[in-house]
Design a protein around this ligand. Structure first.
Ligand SMILES: *[C@@H]1O[C@H](CO)[C@@H](O)[C@H](O)[C@H]1NC(C)=O
Ligand SMILES: [Zn+2]
Length: 661
């Protein structure tokens, strides 16, 4: 989640025409320069030249819509190289490409930092935002985008006097170091003398001479002692990392107040989730009771449910109640069937379908990537999705959506089509067996396609706010909404059939799967609320007490399982860096998706009327409209905080009877 001018992505626009010529050698994503690693340098230089020209244009033109247009072009010319490089640096099988891309990311990142503190550039925007007469002539999207660009400047402290500005720059630089230190420290294992551990559990950990290395919580281990030992050792506080976190939070606070905010958390919807009163807590205490029963049956020494039991016990309960074996499901979910199912669903909802596209030579980074054109039945081509779905050695094991090029209305009136990559880790087909997906892979596929369709159906004027470049609390709404479709039998039965026999997926398998997902989900939600609340408190007003004391208090208030002496879970909370003061967004998105599903699609998951409304009111706007306005448009009413909480609670309770253990 980068900040500043480069929020998002693209391909060299001016070269695309050339790339259609059969004589031209092809490069990645059809960018001719990128036929070899050295091409990144060229693409980068070209972007820098364009940037120079556009900065000059922005600074010399009288304020008006053209100012915002120029800013967006500037952002586009940098992002289309930086975002492409951002993807290539993680996904290309050839190290030379990855390294070249990495260098380009750094170069452009540095330039963006410089631009964010360019006083003349900022002044051109200020002249616009300070001129009521000109402002009145702008449409609301243009004004919002101008404000978003201004915001990027403000957080760099550009409006401050010279000495404060250099202070802000220094704080930002220091923060980068602290982020790096905290992130790497949060992943480091803790080591302990091997004598300290009972002999019979030592083999569960990696032993290094006389020391045992513990690099994770071993939360799934059926051995309670292993879980307890891992919890206490892995979360044992590291003094230098505690200091690092203190400093990080203090720096963020100082920076926020320096640039004029009350606290770092000023932007966050403070407290929405922390206001979740009795309702979720009640559902959670039911889950904890179930866990306790389960624990009793295991004849353990400690009958209390401890924090290290949560994950293990909920999965044990799930197994006992439902015994979901993924291999029973996967023959019904061949990748081909799933894609066909998505295709039908989008056709029904939106009149949109996928069309396999023949890639040109050199356009792909790996042979197993597929290129899909996304086409509307009357409007024609909407954009492209590159599907990088299969596991490969060296490919990161992470499901992810990358914007390569954002949609925007170009100066010549042509709409620049969005281009994205979906990266998954599916098993490749082997011999005559197609790629078969487990239920959780199907859910992930639907989730990521939800992000891609957000990009494809966005029709924002500016690429700065295209598709997923929206406010953090809305970003996961389209993807989580797709998870509801992925758990609905009416949707699944349209496509899920045994790849050998053609037999349809039995309905009881789907209902069991859905019920199993709800088991202990209240406790999981409660844990998320605790994390979100902790993130808010850390980024609120300074507390003048240790982060561990704060954790203990917030944990007791919002979670329910006891704090364990001499542990500091916050030092493993790496999301504090990327999601600082925004960790609540995930729950927020989940609540919105739940409301949209229930009120608009539950009755008929294929409703074209609702599909069109969803496109018009939500997907089309990217980040150019406030999330709350999009939600209002979709639900045709204004949800209250109570509605948000209820939406989460409804998901926890639906259909779950008191389980017979
Ligand atoms: C604490 O963390 C730092 C890195 O953040 C590491 O260098 C040091 O070895 C750690 N100390 C202990 C006792 O694990
Ligand atoms: Zn997502």
């Amino acid at each position: 989640m980068s900040q500043g001018i480069c929020q998002i992505s693209f391909v060299l626009l001016c070269k695309i025409k050339v790339s259609l010529s059969p004589l031209c050698s092809q490069g990645l994503f059809g960018v001719p320069e990128l036929s070899g690693p050295a091409g990144f340098q060229m693409a980068q230089h070209q972007a820098l030249r364009e940037a120079e020209f556009l900065v000059h244009k922005a600074c010399t033109h009288p304020p008006g819509a053209v100012t915002v247009e120029t800013f967006d072009q500037l952002s586009d010319s940098l992002c289309r190289v930086a975002d492409l490089a951002d993807f290539i640096k993680v996904a290309h099988p050839d190290a030379a490409f990855r390294e070249a891309a990495e260098r380009t990311c750094v170069e452009i990142g540095t330039l963006v930092e410089i631009l964010n503190t360019n006083v003349d550039l900022c002044q051109s925007l200020k002249n616009l935002l300070g001129n009521e007469a000109v402002l009145a002539t702008l449409d609301s999207d243009t004004r919002r985008v101008a404000e978003l660009f201004m915001f990027d400047f403000e957080i760099s402290g550009i409006h401050l006097d010279e000495s404060k500005r250099s202070k802000a720059v220094a704080l930002n630089v220091k923060l980068l170091d602290l982020y790096h230190e905290f992130l790497s420290g949060s992943q480091l294992p803790n080591a302990i003398d091997k004598q300290v551990l009972p002999e019979h559990i030592r083999h569960c950990f990696s032993i290094d001479g006389n020391r045992v290395q513990i690099g994770g919580l071993h939360a799934d281990s059926p051995n309670e002692l292993v879980r307890e030992a891992a919890y206490k050792i892995f979360l044992y506080p590291n003094t230098s990392l505690l200091l690092c976190l203190d400093e990080l939070l203090a720096c963020r606070h100082e920076l926020a107040t320096l640039v004029g905010y009350e606290s770092f958390a000023h932007r966050a919807l403070k407290g929405t989730m922390a206001k979740t009163p009795g309702k979720i807590i009640r559902a959670t205490s039911r889950d904890f009771k179930m866990m306790k029963e389960m624990k009793k049956k295991a004849h353990t020494t400690n009958p209390e449910v401890m924090p290290w039991d949560h994950a293990y016990l909920s999965s044990a309960i799930r197994t006992e109640m439902f015994n979901i074996d993924p291999s029973v499901y996967s023959p019904y979910f061949s990748l081909g069937a799933c894609m066909e199912g998505l295709n039908r669903l989008f056709m029904q909802l939106l009149g949109v379908y996928f069309q396999a596209e023949q890639p040109k030579m050199g356009e792909l980074w790996s042979e197993d990537v597929r290129k899909l054109a996304v086409v509307h039945e009357t409007e024609g081509l909407l954009g492209y999705i590159y599907c990088d779905f299969f596991r490969r050695p060296d490919k990161p094991h992470q499901d992810c959506h990358f914007t390569i090029r954002g949609g925007r209305l170009r100066e010549d009136g042509v709409y620049q089509l969005p281009v994205v990559v979906l990266m998954l880790s599916l098993p490749p087909p082997s011999g005559r067996t197609p790629s078969l997906l487990t239920p959780s892979m199907v859910e992930n596929l639907f989730h990521e396609i939800g992000h891609a369709m957000h990009s494809m159906l966005g029709r924002t004027h500016y690429q700065h706010v295209t598709g997923t470049r929206c406010s953090t609390d809305f970003a996961e709404v389209p993807s989580i909404l797709m998870e509801y479709f992925a758990s609905d039998y009416r949707v699944l039965s349209q496509f899920a059939q045994h790849y050998q026999t053609g037999e349809p997926l039995p309905e009881n398998l789907v209902s069991r799967l859905c019920e199993s997902k709800r088991v202990c989900s209240a406790a999981d939600t409660q844990l998320q609320i605790f994390y979100a609340a902790l993130d808010q408190v850390y980024h609120g007003k300074p507390q003048y007490r240790s982060t561990t004391d704060i954790l203990r208090e917030v944990q007791e208030k919002f979670y329910g399982l006891p704090y364990v002496h001499d542990t500091a879970w916050q030092l493993r909370f790496s999301h504090l860096v990327g999601y600082g003061a925004k960790y609540y967004s995930y729950l927020m998105s989940r609540a919105i998706a739940s409301m949209v599903w229930r009120q608009c699609f539950l009755q008929d998951p294929f409703s074209r009327v609702m599909g069109e409304r969803y496109r018009r009111e939500m997907l089309a706007h990217g980040g150019s409209k406030e999330p709350v306005l999009m939600v209002q448009g979709m639900l045709q009413k204004t949800p209250t905080i109570e509605d948000f909480v209820d939406a989460l609670v409804l998901d926890l309770n639906a259909n779950v009877k008191s389980p017979a253990l």
